[in-house]
Design a protein around this ligand. Structure first.
Ligand code: GDP
Length: 340
């Protein structure tokens, strides 16, 4: 069970009608495919599984739309539902969604009967095509109808979370971040550690990112502002790109500092060898400093702060020191969750 540290694998099951956007979501979030390149994706016809490792192991199992849930030859649905942590159901908000809602109600009824602790997450997807006002109306309508359906089934106590998403902006990452975080047993401890780090290092905001997917598995307890998220997520890409460039041309000089002056920003980068984790600091012209430090298991800590002028060197060394302690604690936490 996800609630016990003994089971560090949490599976997310992604479901929804045909063409609702499931494959596109997987491609964009887990394979860095550009959103427009999903236009001509072949529709899903058989269950597929995406795995990615983070502080916990996650798998996204994607089921094609019209699959008969109770068709025993296709897969063992009872086993599947009893082993998953979250059910994510994708609804195409640009299409007529009444049949999707019927399908969803049947699935919820089944899922809850097998696994009462399952998290049920509904993505009201493709909202890029709806006007601002219409988005909220659609959300209200969908929530109302799902509530009514559950009432009909006698399932009014079931908790469901709704998210407005699109692959064309960061909303899909935000939704997945929140979904994944619910499956991380250590989350409260992690948030505590990040709060402490923030306090002692004068960060305005810190995220613990899964580098590959740009999902953040934890952040400090201050509210998330989507622009800060975007800047931090893009900073990961910039770091990876710079790192790639450097590795090809200057591989032999492992510890050299590279300074690149680009318009408006100035980047110092400690380049890494296999044993030396990537670190990247960038001071922008508006006074904001971005700080990235690679952690364990494909995670990176990304922080934002406003260092005082002339104080950069001391502040950065204080941050380095605190981040090193954070990383050690993270390693310990990971070891402990594996042991138990
Ligand atoms: P699946 O059958 O559920 O796997 O659906 P697909 O992933 O094949 O998506 C069906 C179509 O929806 C594709 O043409 C996608 O480009 C499109 N699509 C997916 N997500 C979005 C979105 O957020 N906004 C818009 N406008 N189109 C999307």
């Amino acid at each position: 069970y996800i609630d016990s540290p003994a089971q560090s694998r949490a599976t997310i099951l992604l479901m929804g009608l045909r063409r609702s956007g499931k494959s596109s979501i997987c491609k964009v979030v887990f394979h860095n495919v550009r959103p427009l390149d999903t236009l001509y994706l072949e529709s899903t016809t058989k269950p597929t599984t995406e795995s990615f490792k983070s502080l916990i192991d996650l798998a996204v199992v994607e089921l094609p739309g019209q699959l008969n849930l109770f068709e025993p030859s296709l897969y063992d649905s009872e086993k599947l539902f009893s082993s998953i942590g979250a059910l994510v159901y994708v609804i195409d908000s640009q299409d007529e969604y009444l049949s999707a809602l019927q399908n969803l109600a049947v699935i919820i009824k089944y899922a809850v009967s097998i696994n009462p602790r399952i998290h049920i997450e509904v993505l009201i997807h493709k909202i890029d095509g709806l006007s601002e006002d219409f988005r909220l109306d659609t959300q209200r309508d969908i929530m109302q109808r799902v509530g009514d359906d559950l009432l009909d089934y006698g399932l009014e106590g079931v908790q469901i979370s709704f998210y407005l998403t699109s692959i064309f902006d960061h909303s899909i990452y935000e939704a997945f971040s929140r979904i994944v975080q619910k499956l991380i047993y250590e989350l409260p401890a992690l948030e505590n550690m990040l709060d402490l780090l923030m306090q002692y290092s004068n960060f305005d905001k810190v995220f613990l990112f899964d580098i590959n997917s740009k999902i953040y598995v934890a952040t400090d307890s201050s509210p998330v502002d989507i622009q800060t998220y975007e800047v931090c997520a893009e900073f990961i890409d910039v770091t990876i790109d710079l790192d790639g460039l450097y590795q090809i041309s200057h591989k032999q000089k492992s510890n050299q500092i590279m300074a690149s002056e680009t318009s408006g920003s100035n980047t110092n980068m400690d380049l890494f060898s296999a044993t030396e984790p990537t670190k990247c600091i960038s001071k922008l012209q508006n006074g904001v400093t971005l700080y990235l430090h690679q952690m364990i298991r494909g995670l990176a800590l990304v922080g934002v702060n406003r260092l005082e002028d002339g104080d950069d060197a001391t502040s950065i060394s204080v941050i380095d020191h605190n981040v090193a302690i954070f990383k050690k604690s993270l390693e310990k936490m990971w070891e402990r969750s594996k042991l138990s």
